[in-house]
Design a binder for this molecule. Structure first.
Ligand SMILES: [Zn+2]
Length: 494
């Protein structure tokens, strides 16, 4: 395997060649032979593995959606069909002569037991992370030792992309759980040989205890969920804590709204922080890794630097499924080309990206790997609301998020969608709860917000309710929830 330094500076042509070769090998030697789900899908659509020669050929493979692996009552173990499951018969049937020869060689040297162990190391699931399941039940994605090796590799690369020149001393505030963000951070520290203290987040160690630890360790890097990091920093500021040792803040496990970085940087500057980078990351359970931005000025963003030897990203029109060109908006579609354990191909992430993917050299770190624009929105935040009896309206709550995050007078917020008078046959109502900074006049702020929201979304919130900071922290479940609850849909599901 190429070193990250070499890989991240290949020409576009070299990268395409590499991806095509890895894709062909992955589909014909691992995916089709050993994935029950994809072998069935290929057979149903009369797709032969040899048809997939290059990135463009991916288009003949139907998309995979989250629903395809969410268990139902009839098939409670659907996710198992996505795990690569080789056996002797399949290996003999699908592996080429040279690969079989290599196996025979291992058997000759290590014996039958040794060969079994080698194959188990590549394929046997030994670890898992799961989706947080805010809307659905949690879904488990399994890792073999081969995938753990990949988790080390992506961890190492993340710290390279973050541009850490001096020794890293990090505090990891992600909640201790079988979630990718927590483990990716732990493995990043191990892979790059850096000090990382994982507190386990607000549920394991209180915010106060985490602040005490930070003041003791004096980390130059802190990593955590944006909402929680903001809360912790604000709490520390109220204690007049000195955070002048912080150089880098890394945000993960949740989208970074526009304007958020500036707001957090403002807080930190008031606590003595000097030269500061705030870096976003992007990742999801199904990819078993995360990608990062490289350091830029606070108001700029480099996009997420991907790993072209591990995955292929496409951007599609979410309505027609048509593949979009470089830099065009659309939904991100992910294909693994180097995974074992649970594997997905042409997986629709449900994440909409404004500005798509670029293949141009990064203007900041000069890497040439494909970069995903940092403006990612969750498609499930676009809700259909019945605001009048006449017709439903599609409302993009991501716009609300941006507006509320960018407003410096707002400390915490939550959007609630409910039925008028709690009557399931009534129209929908949109209510915003806020806590505000001291010295801000509430009525003036409410009017200003109503106007801003209406001009950006053409929707007027039914009510804006101002609560105390403590009440808001409880409402968004700051200390107990992995992801701060910003959008709550209280309508009955039918
Ligand atoms: Zn860069």
């Amino acid at each position: 395997m190429l070193s990250w330094d070499k890989l991240s500076h290949l020409s576009r042509e070299e990268l395409t060649q590499l991806q095509n070769a890895k894709l062909r090998n992955f589909i014909s030697r691992h995916l089709y032979p050993f994935s029950p789900y994809y072998r069935r899908l290929f057979d149903e659509h009369k797709i032969k593995p040899r048809y997939i020669k290059s990135i463009e050929d991916l288009r003949i493979i139907p998309f995979t959606r989250k629903d395809d692996f969410v268990s139902t009552e009839e098939s409670p173990q659907k996710f198992r069909d996505f795990i690569l499951q080789p056996d002797e018969r399949l290996i003999k049937k699908y592996w080429g002569k040279s690969k079989l020869l290599k196996l025979a060689f291992i058997k000759a040297i290590k014996g039958k037991e040794g060969l079994k162990k080698t194959l188990e190391k590549e394929y046997r699931p030994i670890f898992l992370t799961a989706t947080t399941g805010t809307t659905n039940q949690p879904i488990s994605f399994l890792y073999s030792a081969y995938d753990i090796e990949n988790l080390y590799i992506s961890g190492y690369r993340l710290l390279e992309v973050f541009g850490t020149k001096e020794d890293v001393r990090a505090v990891n505030l992600f909640p201790y759980a079988p979630h990718l963000a927590f483990w990716q951070t732990v493995f990043a520290g191990l892979a790059h040989n850096e000090f990382v203290l994982s507190t386990g987040g607000g549920k394991t160690i209180s915010t106060q205890a985490s602040i005490d630890l930070i003041l003791k360790v004096k980390p130059n890097l802190i990593i955590g969920v944006p909402g929680y990091l903001y809360h912790l920093t604000r709490t520390a500021k109220d204690m007049a804590a000195d955070f002048s040792f912080i150089r880098k803040i890394v945000l993960g496990a949740s989208a970074v709204p526009l304007g958020f970085k500036e707001k957090l940087a403002g807080l930190l500057r008031g606590m003595g922080a000097g030269e500061l980078s705030i870096i976003g990351t992007y990742g999801f359970t199904e990819a078993k890794c995360a990608w990062g931005e490289c350091p830029t000025a606070i108001d700029a963003s480099s996009g997420y630097h991907t790993y072209p030897d591990k995955e292929i990203f496409e951007v599609i029109d979410p309505h027609t499924g048509e593949v979009k060109g470089e830099g065009e908006d659309g939904e991100l579609v992910y294909t693994s080309i180097d995974a074992r354990g649970s594997v997905v191909v042409r997986y629709r992430t449900g994440d909409l990206v404004k500005g798509g993917i670029t293949y141009a050299q990064c203007p900041y770190c000069k890497c040439t790997v494909p970069r995903i624009s940092s403006q990612i929105y969750r498609a499930h935040n676009i809700k259909s609301l019945q605001l009048s009896k006449v017709k439903g309206t599609l409302v993009n709550l991501n716009t609300f998020t941006q507006l509320l995050e960018a407003e410096r007078a707002i400390e915490e917020w939550q959007i609630e969608i409910r039925k008028k008078d709690n009557d399931p046959f009534e129209v929908d109502e949109l209510v915003i709860y806020l806590s505000i900074a001291s010295g801000i006049e509430p009525e003036g702020l409410k009017e200003k917000l109503k106007y801003k929201i209406q001009s950006a979304t053409e929707v007027t919130p039914n009510e804006i309710i101002i609560l105390t900071h403590k009440e808001m922290l409880e409402k968004v479940e700051m200390e107990v929830s992995h992801k701060v609850k910003r959008i709550v849909d209280k309508r009955p599901t039918n």
